[in-house]
Design a protein around this ligand. Structure first.
Ligand SMILES: [Zn+2]
Ligand SMILES: [Zn+2]
Length: 333
């Protein structure tokens, strides 16, 4: 751990999903409640800032219909909190714990009854995390000892909500931005069904996607898999996913599809052959459309035909992002 490391944590705070999670028992393990989750998460966040003095941390919350910055170590360093002085507590830990918990309860209290059903602002939180990293990287590179303050940035998404297929395009754009900024995206799926988009986010940025099988061992999952920065993980055997769902959502209906048709000009994905691409207005020959329509499989394809690829456990495989297996390019006229 020679260089400092930056961690941005995105917490999915969907009230509906957390209610379901606190009631659903998994195997022998007890259900994952929000209270238990926070007790474990705060230990993990404290461990990160304890690892190295220069380590930085930002915490973002994805609430229904909005996303907020809950804590940033850059802001906290500037203000002195006299009210938190306690001889028995290490001040940075106490500041972190109380700031995160206070901002979460303030934001939850401000939610109206109608807001609770809105989809969570996961993409907003992810985008804010990327902007925060971009900003701090730019500041660090202007300092004289830029080499020494390499941030090795990463984002950890703690997700409980299912995928929203309407957010496919913004999620993919965030993944491309993360690749460009050399940001690793880790995902811990705490509750609910597997997330297709987050699996792709972790795979394409060299991060880990872990499904929490034993909620009572949450802290162990977090510490063993997500605490070491990416540079150290090359020396460890961090669990990675052996199965990745590469399916994409069509641009026309925002549905996750097994077989798609890709515009050969702009790479937009459609669930059926279209005469004109709705994105770039390219027209396709009628003969090609007829041929593609004739070649389509019957509507009710069995689940086993889904183009889910099984890959060896490694972080270093790169796959095409938008048109995973099962997409057919349509030539322009
Ligand atoms: Zn469609
Ligand atoms: Zn197009």
């Amino acid at each position: 751990m020679d260089t400092a490391s930056h961690l941005s944590v995105v917490i999915d705070l969907s009230p509906t999903q957390w209610h379901l999670s606190s009631e659903a028992a998994k195997g022998d393990s007890r259900p994952l409640s929000l209270e238990f989750f926070f007790s474990q998460l705060l230990v993990f966040l404290n461990s990160h800032i304890a690892c190295k003095d220069e380590n930085t941390l930002a915490v973002f919350g994805a609430l229904p219909g909005r996303s907020v910055l809950l804590f940033s170590s850059a802001n906290e360093a500037k203000e002195h909190r006299e009210d938190l002085a306690d001889a028995n507590a290490y001040l940075p830990f106490k500041t972190l714990d109380s700031t995160v918990m206070k901002s979460i309860s303030d934001h939850i209290d401000s939610l109206g009854v109608s807001d609770v059903e809105a989809p969570t602002g996961l993409v907003g939180a992810l985008t804010k995390a990327l902007c925060h990293i971009n900003c701090s990287t730019a500041t660090a590179s202007t300092q004289p000892n830029a080499q020494a303050t390499s941030l090795d940035p990463r984002i950890l998404i703690l997700s409980v909500s299912p995928d929203q297929s309407s957010s496919y395009i913004p999620v993919m754009n965030s993944i491309f931005s993360a690749q460009k900024l050399k940001v690793t995206i880790d995902v811990c799926k705490l509750f609910g069904s597997e997330s297709v988009f987050l699996q792709q986010a972790a795979h394409l940025t060299g991060g880990s996607y872990i499904y929490l099988d034993r909620p009572d061992a949450l802290l162990q999952y977090l510490t063993m898999s997500f605490l070491p920065p990416p540079a150290i993980r090359q020396l460890l055997s961090v669990p990675t996913q052996d199965k990745i769902d590469f399916r994409a959502a069509c641009f026309c209906h925002k549905r996750i599809i097994d077989i798609g048709f890709v515009c050969s000009v702009c790479l937009s994905i459609f669930c059926q052959p279209v005469p004109v691409c709705s994105t770039c207005r390219t027209k396709f020959p009628i003969k090609t459309l007829q041929r593609l329509n004739a070649a389509r499989p019957p509507a009710n394809v069995p689940k086993s035909a889904a183009p889910t690829r099984t890959l060896p456990s490694t972080n270093n495989i790169r796959a095409p992002a938008t048109n995973g297996s099962g997409t057919v390019p349509v030539p322009p006229r």
